[in-house]
Ligand binder design. Structure first.
Ligand code: MG
Length: 175
């Protein structure tokens, strides 16, 4: 088996999946953006299904422990937590491994609300959190046709990382 030093591929891929159940009386946040809706996504943190899937994609791309291992729901300090905190930790581990985000693609599956009106804002916020141009963030939204998931939001994410030329420099200076 080659050692990590001898095997530093130019690119790495990551995949993340998450699902949360809708619950009445809580705010809805997807991709770091508050969306007007009568129900929000339950969960121990803010329930941001898209940021959780992005975080797991980042962590998976560098074979780091997953979001549940790093931020266990059993720990009271993550109750109601801003999921941007999780994403930043994923990004930190990507950079520590010597990589930067090349681009990301995502699919949301939910019956309501319609994402189209909010897609630009979500892509903008995710791009800002990842420190990439907005045209490096893909977002599709689908309704759960035939899946019997009317009360659930699902997110699938793939991310491509590229090796940084000089891992000591920050990703920002590197572009
Ligand atoms: Mg989650």
């Amino acid at each position: 088996m080659p050692s990590a030093e001898n095997h530093r591929p130019a690119t790495r891929i990551g995949y993340g999946f998450d699902s949360h159940e809708f619950r009445p009386g809580i705010p809805l946040q997807i991709g770091g953006v508050a969306l007007p809706h009568e129900r929000g996504l339950g969960g121990h943190s803010d329930g941001d299904v898209l940021l959780h899937a992005i975080t797991d994609a980042l962590l998976g791309a560098v074979a780091a422990p997953d979001i549940g291992a790093l931020f266990p729901p059993s720990e009271p300090k993550w109750k109601g937590a801003d999921s941007a905190v999780f994403l930043r930790e994923g990004l930190k581990r990507v950079r520590a491994a010597g990589y930067a985000v090349a681009n990301l693609d995502s699919t949301l599956i939910l019956a309501a609300p319609k994402i189209g009106l909010h897609a630009a804002a979500i892509r903008q916020r995710v791009a800002q959190l990842l420190d990439v141009p907005v045209d490096c963030v893909g977002l599709k939204a689908k309704t759960p046709e035939g899946l019997n998931l009317e009360n659930t939001a699902v997110a699938h994410v793939v991310v491509l990382l590229e090796k940084r030329k000089d891992p000591k420099r920050t990703a920002k200076n590197n572009r």
